[in-house]
Each structure stands twice: as C-alpha cells, then as structure tokens.
Design a binder for this molecule. Structure first.
Ligand SMILES: *[C@@H]1O[C@H](CO)[C@@H](O)[C@H](O)[C@H]1NC(C)=O
Ligand SMILES: *[C@@H]1O[C@H](CO)[C@@H](O)[C@H](O)[C@H]1NC(C)=O
Ligand SMILES: *[C@@H]1O[C@H](CO)[C@@H](O)[C@H](O)[C@H]1NC(C)=O
Ligand SMILES: *[C@@H]1O[C@H](CO)[C@@H](O)[C@H](O)[C@H]1NC(C)=O
Ligand SMILES: *[C@@H]1O[C@H](CO)[C@@H](O)[C@H](O)[C@H]1NC(C)=O
Ligand SMILES: *[C@@H]1O[C@H](CO)[C@@H](O)[C@H](O)[C@H]1NC(C)=O
Ligand SMILES: *[C@@H]1O[C@H](CO)[C@@H](O)[C@H](O)[C@H]1NC(C)=O
Ligand SMILES: *[C@@H]1O[C@H](CO)[C@@H](O)[C@H](O)[C@H]1NC(C)=O
Length: 272
C-alpha cells in the first residue's frame, strides 16, 4: 500500500485531484458537450467510464444554465432511484456487457427533454468523472457533412487520419468528431494556446497530437474493428472564428477481404 506523506493528508490529495479534473475541463472552453444526440421519442444516452475502477454511485442530471436538476441515481448494491416525472418516461439501466457503463433510456420523451444532460461517476479514490450529453432537435447529422476523402482499411490494423490546413490564418483550436446519423461524439479537442488537449469521454481510445505543428492534425485509431467505420470530422478554428472543416469516411473491412488501402484526393472546403 502506498502511504501518503504526512504533509499531504488524504483530503488534500483528493482536493488536488479534483482541481486537476477541473483544469482539464477548462481547456477547451468552447466545448460544453461530449456527445450530441438527435432528439427522438425513444433515445438512449450512454456513459462509459474509461476503466474498471470500482465506483460508489452514478448520478444523472439535467443541466439548466448553472443549475443541475437531479434525474436519478444508480448504486451497485442499492439499485436505481428515479425522480418524478422522469420515472414516467425513462429507465436507468446498468449494462449487461460492461459494469462501467450506464444508460439512460427514454421511452416517451417530449420536446421538454431537449437540453443538456450530465452523468457523474463517483470513483474511489480518483474523484468524480463527468460526461455531458446534449440532446438536440436535428435532421440526420450525416447530411451536414460533405466528404473530403475515403479511407479503407482492414480490421485489426491501426489507422491514422491526417488533415493539413490550407488557409494561412493562425489556428487556435482543432477538434475531431465521429459523426453518425443520430449522434456526434467529440474525440479530441486541442487548444493550441495551451498546447494541451481535452480528455475525451469517447469509450474507444483515440490518440491525437496537440503539437506545435498546428497546420497538420491527426488521430490514431488502434486495432480497428468494423464499428470504427463511419465519418470523422476535423475542424480547425481561428481566434477570429474563421474555420476549415474536413471529413473523412472510414471503412473497415474484414481482414480476409481487404486487397488494398487507398486514400482519396484530399480536397478542402473553406468556410468564409
Ligand atoms: C484556449 O485557451 C486559452 C487560454 O486558457 C483561452 O483563453 C481560450 O479561450 C481557449 N480557447 C478555446 C477555443 O477554448
Ligand atoms: C418507442 O418504443 C415503444 C416501445 O418499445 C414503441 O411502442 C413506440 O412505437 C416507439 N416509438 C417510436 C417513435 O419509435
Ligand atoms: C445491475 O444492478 C443491479 C443492482 O441494481 C445488480 O443486481 C445487477 O447485477 C447489475 N447488473 C450488472 C450486469 O452489473
Ligand atoms: C407518453 O406521454 C404522454 C404525455 O406526455 C402520455 O399521454 C402517454 O400516455 C405516454 N405514453 C406512455 C407509453 O407512457
Ligand atoms: C498498432 O499500434 C500499436 C501501438 O503503437 C502497436 O503496438 C501495434 O503493433 C500496431 N499494430 C499494427 C497492426 O500495426
Ligand atoms: C504525434 O507526433 C509524434 C511526433 O511528431 C509522432 O511520432 C506520432 O505518430 C504522432 N501521433 C499521432 C497520433 O499522430
Ligand atoms: C484487437 O481487437 C480484437 C477484437 O476486438 C481483439 O480480439 C484483439 O485482442 C485486439 N488486439 C490488440 C493487440 O489489442
Ligand atoms: C465556421 O464558419 C462558418 C462561416 O463563417 C460559421 O457559420 C460557423 O458557425 C463556424 N463554425 C464554428 C464551429 O465556429
């Protein structure tokens, strides 16, 4: 057992960790959600804690400005408690496949349920871990994404997606997202003023660089599987709000059938 030195009693240690978590949250200030979900009468909001650490409880809230409205709580031994009126339109489920995953499953959502949700894991001894999910009324998210290139690879391989910014303005922020018709997940967000990235809440580990070479950005997806297929969007943003967006389509095919890997011509789409 690791003993904490006397001058750092445990409370201070926890406070220190929580302070670090807070700093991490402030890195990409523009980012106030980790996942965006398309509103539907039946919809599921998912949180996956990135390790198997034992947690004491998981709380769900709806965020109204600076206030948090309690929805429900899951405790591994005490079970689930849901607050009215949410008990009439959703279930709080623990996953049958992973003990570190919880799901808020709406079966009768109304327009009043549009908004931002938060799941809060209380993990011993690390402190709290929070993921924010925004429910928005929208058409399919995929239609908003013109394609710049198509990458085909085999399952089990590592895939790197790279984009090079064409414009000459100074980059302030680079974000990477995975886009599905009903959901957008933030994979990486790099604030170049600080040279550090926001810790993504995406359940799959995606490696990215937040380096000085700000005109070029890449992500590395290790040991790909078919479920990594889909659209990946990279956005460079300047202080002034100017931005340039690139979208890659990734197709992962079963190793046996893959014959070649090709990468289409990169084109640029410039927003003025
Ligand atoms: C990046 O970090 C700087 C310094 O903390 C901050 O002023 C700026 O607002 C951040 N940019 C974004 C887009 O969050
Ligand atoms: C939502 O789910 C319920 C029960 O599973 C089903 O009866 C209903 O048709 C679904 N609604 C929509 C809009 O899919
Ligand atoms: C889900 O939580 C309940 C307690 O509420 C527990 O009995 C059950 O084993 C859990 N299921 C899984 C798959 O962890
Ligand atoms: C869904 O909610 C509406 C009111 O918002 C209610 O009239 C209806 O009975 C509910 N349906 C179910 C399946 O709970
Ligand atoms: C993928 O990357 C990891 C870590 O860099 C490496 O250990 C592994 O051998 C790579 N796998 C393949 C198939 O290249
Ligand atoms: C990050 O940058 C280093 C050094 O430039 C490089 O070796 C590494 O492959 C990069 N990682 C990713 C995910 O692009
Ligand atoms: C890659 O993923 C497959 C399927 O998920 C898994 O069986 C395998 O162990 C993984 N390999 C590595 C090196 O992580
Ligand atoms: C990117 O630029 C376009 C056009 O100027 C603007 O409408 C859009 O809001 C910008 N996007 C972001 C995320 O700043």
């Amino acid at each position: 057992m690791h003993q904490l030195p006397k001058q750092f009693p445990e409370m201070d240690y926890l406070t220190f960790l929580l302070a670090i978590l807070h700093v991490h949250k402030a890195l990409c200030e523009e980012i106030f959600w980790d996942t965006a979900v398309k509103f539907a009468e039946n919809m599921t909001l998912e949180c996956v804690y990135p390790s198997m650490n034992s947690f004491t409880q998981i709380e769900w809230f709806k965020i109204h400005g600076v206030q948090k409205k309690f929805i429900g709580i899951f405790h591994p031994t005490h079970g689930v408690v849901l607050r009215e009126p949410y008990d009439k339109r959703l279930h709080l489920l623990n996953s049958t496949t992973a003990p570190n995953k919880v799901i808020l499953s709406f079966y009768n959502a109304s327009e009043a349920d549009v908004g931002t949700y938060s799941c809060l894991f209380n993990v011993f001894p690390r402190g709290s871990w929070e993921k924010k999910i925004r429910v928005v009324q929208s058409d399919s998210f995929e239609t908003a994404a013109p394609l710049n290139c198509h990458v085909v690879s085999e399952s089990g391989k590592n895939v790197t997606l790279t984009f090079q910014l064409q414009a000459d303005w100074p980059v302030q922020q680079v974000t990477w997202e995975k886009i599905q018709s009903h959901q957008i997940d933030l994979l990486a967000c790099c604030n170049l003023s600080q040279g550090r990235s926001y810790t993504s809440k995406y359940p799959r580990q995606i490696l990215s660089n937040c380096s000085q070479d700000s005109r070029r950005s890449s992500i590395l997806i290790l040991n790909t599987t078919a479920s990594d297929s889909g659209l990946y969007r990279c956005r460079f943003t300047a202080h002034s709000g100017e931005n340039e967006t690139f979208v890659a389509k990734l197709t992962i095919i079963d190793g046996k059938w893959a014959t070649n890997v090709f990468q289409g011509q990169k084109q640029k789409k410039v927003n003025h």
